[in-house]
Design a protein around this ligand. Structure first.
Ligand code: ADP
Ligand code: ZN
Length: 624
C-alpha cells in the first residue's frame, strides 16, 4: 500500500497553471509535491509565507479522491477555502460553526466525490460519528497543517492534535503529510512519532532570505550600541529595533527622541489601546521606526521594513530569524544587525528561569489561588498581586505557572495574544478540590531545551561562518552555500581579512603588550584588571582623570599608539576580539585580557590574520 502511486488525474504543473495561474514552483515546492504525488507520507517544513499551502493543494487536485486538510484556526480555514472556491476548486470546510445536519450534508457530498479539498478542524475527530462517516469516503491524502500544534511543549500546543494519530488508524491509514513552519528537531520528532508516519520523506526548505544582509556586531557598551543604531537609521529610514525588556524599549526610545528621531514604542506593559494605536501608526507608515519587545510582530504586515536591529541577543535562533525576517518582506534589500554583548545572555537566562517555574512554585501559586477563590470559585488578581502574595519572585514565573495549570484544565488565563494576563479565573469548580498533578519531568525538559536554544544562539554569535548558511543548517536545510551578503561573507570578499604588513604586525604587538601591562598573570593564565575602554585610553595616551588617578600614564606602554584615533583603536580591538587574540571576561565589569594565542602573537611566536579596520572609524555623532 505504502508509497503506491495513485492514478493521477492531472500533472502538478498543469494544476499549478490551471488553478493558480503560476508558471513556476517556489523554492522547494516541486520536490515536495513530487514526493507527495508518488504516494509517500511526509513532513514538510517551510517558513510562513513560503508556499506551504500549495504543497497539499496541488496534489489534492491531482489525486482522484478527496484531500482532508486539518487546520487549527477556523478563520484561517475559511480564508483558504474561500480563496480556493474563487479559483474554481471544489473545496469546503467542516467545523463547529456548522450544525450536525450541515456537517452530514457535506460528508455526503464528500462521499459522492463532490469535493477535492475538505478543511476540517482537529476537534471534529473527537466524535466517533465523524470518524465513522469518513470510513466510506475515498481519502487520497490527509494533510495536517500547523503540525507543530501536536508537540506538547511547543509554543502552540493543541490537545486535539494528539488524537490525529489514532484517528488516522481508524480511517484506514490514508497517505499523510504534515506541514509546519517550526523546524526544531524535537518538534519534528514529535510529529513523526505521534502521527506514526511511515518511512516519510522529510523536506526543509524555503528558509533562505537572500535579500537580507545579516550581521552580528560584538559590542561592549551601550554607547557602541547607540553608535550602530545611529549609523543604521541614518542609512535606512524604516525599521524595527527589538529590545529584550520593556525598560530597554523605553531607554532606546528616549535615545532616539534625543536625536530628534520619531519612533513608536511597543511592549507588553502597555494597555491594549496604546498598543493597537502604536501598531496602527507604524503599519499606516506615519512613523518609520518601531522600538519594541518581541510582543511586536504578530500581525505586522509592512513590506518596506529596511532594517531590523536586535539591541540584545534573543533567546533562540528561531526567535532571532523570525524577527529579523520581518525585514525586506517586499523582496528588496534589507539589513539585520544584532548587537551582541555576552552579558545580555543573562537577561535571557532570567526569562528562561521565569518561563519554567519549578513544581514547588507552581504549587505555591495553585495553593494561593485556591485560598483566594470566592463562592463562584473565581479569583481575579493581577500577575503582580499573585507574585507578591504567593511569595513568588518573578511575575513571569507566575504567568508560566498559570499556563501550566491551565493545561491541566484548572485555570484559564485572561490574556491578549497569549502574552499578558490581567486577571485569573479558576474554572471547573469540581476540579478545585482535586490534587494538582504536575509533570515535573516535562517542566525540566522544557527548561533544558530552552537553555540549549539559547546556547545555539550564542554559538551563532561567535561563529565566523556565513550567517545565512549557519541558520539554514540549524533549521535542517541541506546543500547550502555561503550567501555572499552577510557580515562574514563580506569580510572575506572585501579582502580586508588578511595577514598583517610589518607595520601592522608591530602595531598589534604594541596593542597586545598594552593589554598585558594592564592584566595580571594568574594561576590559570591571564586575568583582566581593566575594561577595553581604559586600555585604549592608556594606549592612546589619554590624560583623562581615570588614567591619571590609576597612574596608568606611568606604564611603559602609555601612549604607544597615540598616532591612532580612539575610533580606530576601538575597531582594532573588536577585530582582535573576533580573532580570539584578546578575551573579555564579564563579571561585574567586563575585563579584557590576553588569550593564550594573543600572548604568542605578542611575543612574535605565532603568525595571525585579522580583519583590518578602515582608517575613518571614529564613532558617529558621539563625543568621547
Ligand atoms: P504558507 O502557507 O507557507 O504560509 P502560502 O501557501 O500562503 O504560504 O503562500 C504564500 C504566498 O506565496 C501566497 O500569496 C501564494 O499565492 C504565493 N505562492 C505560492 N506558491 C507560489 C508559486 N509557485 N508561484 C508564485 N507564488 C506562489
Ligand atoms: Zn553569508
Amino acid at each position: 500500500e505504502q508509497g503506491k502511486r495513485k492514478g493521477l488525474i492531472k500533472t502538478p504543473t498543469a494544476a499549478l497553471k490551471e488553478y493558480f495561474g503560476f508558471s513556476k514552483f517556489l523554492d522547494g515546492q516541486e520536490e515536495v509535491i513530487s514526493e507527495i504525488v508518488s504516494g509517500k507520507d511526509g513532513l514538510v517544513v517551510m517558513p510562513t509565507g513560503g508556499g506551504k499551502s500549495l504543497c497539499f493543494q496541488i496534489p489534492a487536485l491531482c489525486f482522484p479522491g478527496v484531500t482532508l486538510v486539518i487546520s487549527p484556526l477556523i478563520a484561517l480555514m475559511k480564508d483558504q477555502v474561500d480563496a480556493l472556491v474563487t479559483r474554481g476548486v471544489s473545496a469546503t470546510l467542516i467545523n463547529s460553526t456548522l450544525s450536525w445536519p450541515e456537517q452530514k450534508e457535506r460528508l455526503d457530498g464528500m462521499r459522492r466525490g463532490e469535493f477535492k479539498l475538505v478543511y476540517v478542524a482537529p476537534e471534529r475527530f473527537r466524535a466517533e460519528s465523524f470518524l465513522n462517516a469518513l470510513r466510506d469516503v475515498e481519502v487520497s491524502l490527509f494533510a495536517i497543517d500547523e503540525a507543530h500544534c501536536l508537540s506538547q511543549w511547543g509554543h502552540d500546543f493543541r490537545p486535539d492534535y494528539l488524537r490525529l494519530g489514532k484517528s488516522l488508524e481508524k480511517i484506514g491509514r490514508p497517505q499523510c503529510v504534515a506541514l509546519t513552519a517550526t523546524a526544531t528537531p524535537v518538534v519534528r520528532n514529535d510529529i513523526k512519532n505521534v502521527l506514526k508516519l511511515r518511512q516519510p520523506f522529510e523536506r526543509v526548505s524555503g528558509f533562505s532570505r537572500p535579500n537580507l544582509s545579516l550581521a552580528i556586531t560584538a559590542v561592549d557598551k551601550a554607547a557602541h550600541k547607540d553608535e550602530r543604531i545611529r549609523a543604521i537609521i541614518s542609512a535606512h529610514k524604516t525599521g524595527i529595533i527589538y529590545c529584550a525588556t520593556r525598560k530597554k524599549v523605553d531607554l532606546v526610545s528616549e535615545t532616539l527622541a534625543s536625536w530628534g528621531v520619531k519612533c513608536i514604542s511597543y511592549h507588553g506593559g502597555m494597555s491594549d489601546s496604546e498598543r493597537v494605536k502604536a501598531q496602527e501608526i507604524f503599519i499606516s507608515k506615519k512613523v518609520g521606526i518601531a522600538v519594541a519587545t518581541n510582543a511586536f510582530g504578530m500581525g505586522i504586515d509592512r513590506g518596506d521594513v529596511r532594517f531590523v536591529i536586535h539591541y540584545e541577543i534573543p533567546g533562540s535562533v528561531e526567535a532571532y530569524y523570525q524577527e529579523a525576517g520581518r525585514a525586506g518582506r517586499d523582496g528588496e534589500a534589507a539589513v539585520c544587525e544584532m548587537l551582541f554583548n555576552y552579558a545580555d545572555t543573562r537577561t535571557q537566562e532570567f526569562f528562561i528561569d521565569g518561563a519554567n517555574p519549578s513544581a514547588a512554585v507552581i504549587r505555591q501559586i495553585y495553593q494561593y489561588l485556591l485560598n483566594e477563590a470566592d463562592d463562584n470559585h473565581e479569583v481575579f488578581r493581577t500577575l503582580e498581586d499573585i507574585a507578591e502574595n504567593a511569595d513568588v519572585k518573578n511575575t513571569m514565573a507566575v504567568g508560566s505557572g498559570l499556563t501550566i495549570l491551565a493545561r491541566g484544565g484548572f485555570i484559564e488565563r485572561f490574556d491578549v495574544q497569549g502574552r499578558r494576563m490581567r486577571g485569573t479565573r479558576l474554572l471547573k469548580p469540581d476540579l478545585l478540590t482535586r490534587n494538582l498533578v504536575l509533570d515535573e519531568s516535562a517542566i525540566e525538559e522544557k527548561d533544558a531545551r530552552d537553555r540549549e536554544k539559547l546556547k545555539a544562539m550564542v554559538e551563532m554569535c561567535y561563529s565566523r561562518s556565513c550567517r545565512q548558511q549557519w541558520i539554514l543548517t540549524y533549521f535542517g536545510e541541506e546543500d547550502t552555500s555561503p550567501c555572499g551578503n552577510c557580515d562574514m561573507c563580506r569580510d572575506r570578499s572585501a579582502g580586508d581579512y588578511r595577514a598583517p604588513t610589518a607595520e601592522e604586525r608591530l602595531m598589534v604587538r604594541k596593542a597586545l603588550s598594552g593589554v598585558a601591562r594592564m592584566s595580571r598573570r594568574g594561576a590559570n593564565g591571564w586575568e583582566g584588571k581593566f575594561g577595553k575602554g581604559r586600555i585604549i585610553q592608556m594606549l592612546a595616551g589619554s590624560k583623562s582623570q581615570e588614567i591619571l588617578t590609576a597612574k596608568l600614564d606611568q606604564l611603559s606602554t602609555y601612549g604607544l599608539l597615540a598616532d591612532k584615533t580612539t575610533g580606530y583603536l576601538n575597531s582594532l580591538f573588536r577585530s582582535l576580539a573576533d580573532e580570539g587574540l584578546v578575551i573579555t571576561i564579564t563579571g561585574d565589569y567586563p575585563l579584557m585580557t590576553l588569550s593564550a594565542k594573543g600572548e604568542r602573537v605578542m611575543s612574535g611566536k605565532e603568525e595571525f590574520q585579522l580583519k583590518w579596520p578602515g582608517e575613518t572609524a571614529k564613532p558617529v555623532g558621539l563625543d568621547e
